[in-house]
Design a protein around this ligand. Structure first.
Ligand code: NAD
Length: 494
């Protein structure tokens, strides 16, 4: 039996319970973004591979779709335990694929992947359905029956690879569906180890299938696959728009978690001892490559000087370096091509009148092992007009702009003044003021005096160009199920 291990240099598809190369034999090469060295050869999937996965999923659904929730739950709990047991290996692979600090992969990415499985494994044991007693024109009881859809597609990005991959797969499997999934071509490895874990946990062959490759080839083929009944997607807004158009043509539901340009609003009464380190974390965690990262900081003018000085100090104190070193706060960006995009955004901000207060450069003096990596200093820009593309468009890197405001309504106007609406944070001691902000802000999530404090039960998603639909808690289970109303005539009253 071929088992993929942490030593793997080749990443294959997982179809019908077996690791297989692309039918075409084609492969992609991926380098380690921190070292610039070749890292893996990845199966380059296309519609032929997807058709095989679809056949396997269709056959597997005949059993998995009827498997009792308690049995599905046990298998998903065993997968969670398998992730925990392979924490070190998974964290190492995530660090190699992404360039993020190993310590972050160990403390955030991999534990959250296990938590995703545990959450949905137990959620399906506590489900209830609505019922309605009808009196006219006759006595009847109506009840809501939820059923799995069949085969669903899960497509995820590179920034939190296993974390976001499992955030889709766990509810899809829990709801009784079979899955054809595609991780990002930049970060495919932990998804493949997950397949090994799922197989060892007793997940039947064909229930989970993973196809690797490029979005325009493998991803498109999955969305076009006739037996796919729904698509859950996390990624960029431009890709999401294309997928939505295609799913619209096919009349299948699509859930889209897309980009963001999130504001942190610092009010005059904010406790800066809390706000400064937390907003710095919200701007630069995972090198700023989290859809929820704050990239615009709006500060009441009465605190502007104090906040800016303290924030720049906090930024300068962050250590950037070898992702394997325990002291590194920031690792490498996902690729040099992405670093160029981020640096172009900084240049745009400067061309539009901004000033770099700190950062903006490729760090020098890194250890030889990572001297050729895709690193970039955490960067703070001041004085960039809010209309600049640097402030309006998602940068997805370690870059923030700081802006002053006088009236709260100006802060609301600025917060809502981009095409995105994913998340925002408000920093104030006055909770009624925080509530008034939350009620007027266009964002799927508003944090008050905190950031990225996640409870898996709450609805999660964005408005405007940040997405359609909600994940989290029962929202994902509902999206990944069909609903039938059953009406039973009860006969005459006693
Ligand atoms: P991307 O849109 O380029 O790719 C995401 C996934 O879609 C990848 O697996 C890719 O291969 C696939 N894909 C690309 N084109 C496709 C197509 N035509 N058909 C089917 N699949 C296709 O995004 P990315 O660069 O990997 O990720 C970064 C983006 O993800 C950022 O914009 C970020 O904000 C967003 N993101 C959003 C959330 C959220 O929850 N809202 C979370 C994380 C990341």
């Amino acid at each position: 039996m071929k088992v993929q291990s942490s030593l793997m240099r080749e990443v294959d598809h997982f179809i019908n319970g077996a690791f297989v190369p692309a039918a075409s034999g084609a492969r992609l090469t991926r380098e380690n973004p921190a070292t610039g060295q070749p890292l893996r050869l990845i199966a380059r999937g296309d519609s032929v591979d997807v058709a095989q996965a679809a056949d396997a999923a269709r056959r597997a659904f005949e059993v998995w779709g009827k498997t009792p929730a308690s049995e599905r739950s046990s298998i998903l709990l065993a997968i969670a335990a398998g992730i925990d047991a392979r924490l070190d290996e998974l964290a190492q692979l995530e660090c190699e694929d992404t360039g993020k600090p190993l310590s972050l992969a160990r403390s955030l990415d991999i534990p959250r992947a296990a938590a995703n499985f545990r959450f949905y494994a137990t959620a399906i044991l506590h489900e209830s359905s609505e019922s309605f007693l009808t009196e006219r024109p006759a006595r009847a009881i109506n009840y809501v029956l939820r059923k799995p859809l069949g085969t669903v597609a899960c497509i995820s990005p590179w920034n939190l690879p296993l974390y976001l991959f499992t955030w889709k797969i766990a509810p899809a499997l829990a709801a009784g569906n079979c899955v054809i999934a595609k991780p990002s071509e930049l970060t495919p490895t932990t998804a493949t180890v997950l397949c090994d874990i799922a197989r060892n946990a007793g997940l039947p062959a064909g229930v989970l299938n993973v196809i690797h490759g490029l979005g325009a080839e493998a991803g498109q083929a999955i969305v076009d696959c006739p037996s796919v009944r729904a698509v859950t997607f996390t990624g960029g807004t431009a890709t999401g728009r294309r997928l939505a158009a295609r799913c619209g043509e096919r009349l299948i539901p699509v859930s889209l978690e897309l980009g963001g340009k999130n504001a942190a609003i610092v009010c005059a009464d904010a406790d800066l001892a809390v706000a400064v380190p937390e907003i710095a974390r919200s701007a630069f965690l995972n090198q700023g490559e989290i859809c929820l990262c704050s990239s615009r900081i709006l500060v009441h003018r009465s605190r502007m000087k104090e906040f800016t000085e303290r924030f720049i100090d906090a930024t300068r104190s962050l250590r950037i370096g070898d992702p394997l070193a325990p002291e590194s706060d920031l690792g490498a960006l996902i690729s040099k091509a992405h670093r160029e995009k981020v640096m172009a955004a900084i240049e745009r901000g400067v061309a539009d009148g901004g000033v770099i207060a700190t950062g903006g450069e490729i760090p020098r003096g890194l250890p030889p092992r990572v001297a050729d990596g895709a690193f970039l200093q955490p960067t703070v820009l001041l004085g960039v007009p809010h209309t600049s593309a640097c402030v309006q468009e998602e940068t997805f890197g370690p870059v923030v702009t700081i802006h002053g405001f006088d009236a709260h309504r100006d802060a609301v106007t600025m917060t809502n003044g981009t095409r995105y609406g994913l998340a925002a944070s408000v920093w104030t001691r006055d909770l009624s003021r925080a509530h008034r902000f939350a009620a007027r802000i266009d964002a799927g999530t508003v944090w008050v005096n905190c950031w990225m404090m996640r409870d898996l039960r709450v609805p999660f998603g964005g408005v405007k160009d940040s997405g359609i639909g909600r994940e989290g808690g029962n929202e994902a289970l509902r999206f990944l199920s069909d609903v039938s109303n059953v009406c039973i005539h009860m006969g005459e009253a006693l």
